[in-house]
Design a protein around this ligand. Structure first.
Ligand SMILES: [Zn+2]
Ligand SMILES: [Zn+2]
Length: 190
């Protein structure tokens, strides 16, 4: 995303446009919320690993075109030229998988490290703050993983709104975590 921003003469664009996951997007792969400059990606984005760069480029080009001249036609000449400069064909429909991977639940006091963009999950016995999502880093995103403590979460395909999970504040600080920890043999609570 950074390299496209520079290529398009809008070097700060990639930092200003945020990317976030929206589990409720059913047919839409991704979309740009123009007013707030947020790219929302859905389960189909997650399922189409090989096209993620292209999808992000498509949406970021919308944001770039909007800034350049208010982009009246979403897929107009300005937008198409930006996508072409980034090395992709300016297509408006992508064939992506219908499958969406189900979120794993963390169990047994394991820490779930979750990418809040593509929902990549890596589980470990301890929180590892240095881990990044390789796939998102490849797409030019920060790739930060949110570390979720040893609790069970609902799947993002479940009934409960995913915002319960994605809006988790900063993880509990290390010092507090020990105090809050459920006693051994009482893992059912918490
Ligand atoms: Zn579009
Ligand atoms: Zn990711």
């Amino acid at each position: 995303m950074q390299s496209w921003s520079r290529l398009w003469g809008l070097p700060t664009l990639s930092q200003e446009v945020k990317v976030r996951f929206n589990g409720r997007l059913r047919t839409t792969v991704a979309r740009l919320l123009s007013s707030v400059e947020v790219i929302e990606v859905g389960p189909r984005f997650v399922a189409s690993q090989s096209k993620r760069r292209e999808i992000l480029c498509h949406e970021l080009a919308h944001a770039a075109a909007n800034r350049r001249r208010g982009g009246r036609q979403p897929h107009g000449a300005e937008w198409a030229a930006l996508v072409r400069r980034a090395g992709f064909d300016p297509v408006t429909r992508l064939t992506v998988s219908q499958k969406s991977s189900r979120s794993k639940q963390s169990r047994d006091g394991r820490y779930e490290h979750r990418c809040l963009v593509c929902q990549f999950v890596r589980v470990a016995r301890r929180p590892v703050r240095s881990w990044r999502c390789a796939e998102c880093v490849r797409c030019g995103l920060p790739g930060n993983l949110a570390v979720c403590g040893p609790v069970e979460f609902v799947s993002w395909e479940g009934e409960k709104p995913i915002t319960v999970l994605w809006n988790l504040p900063e993880p509990v600080p290390e010092a507090l975590r020990d105090k809050l920890r459920v006693p051994q043999g009482d893992n059912s609570k918490g």
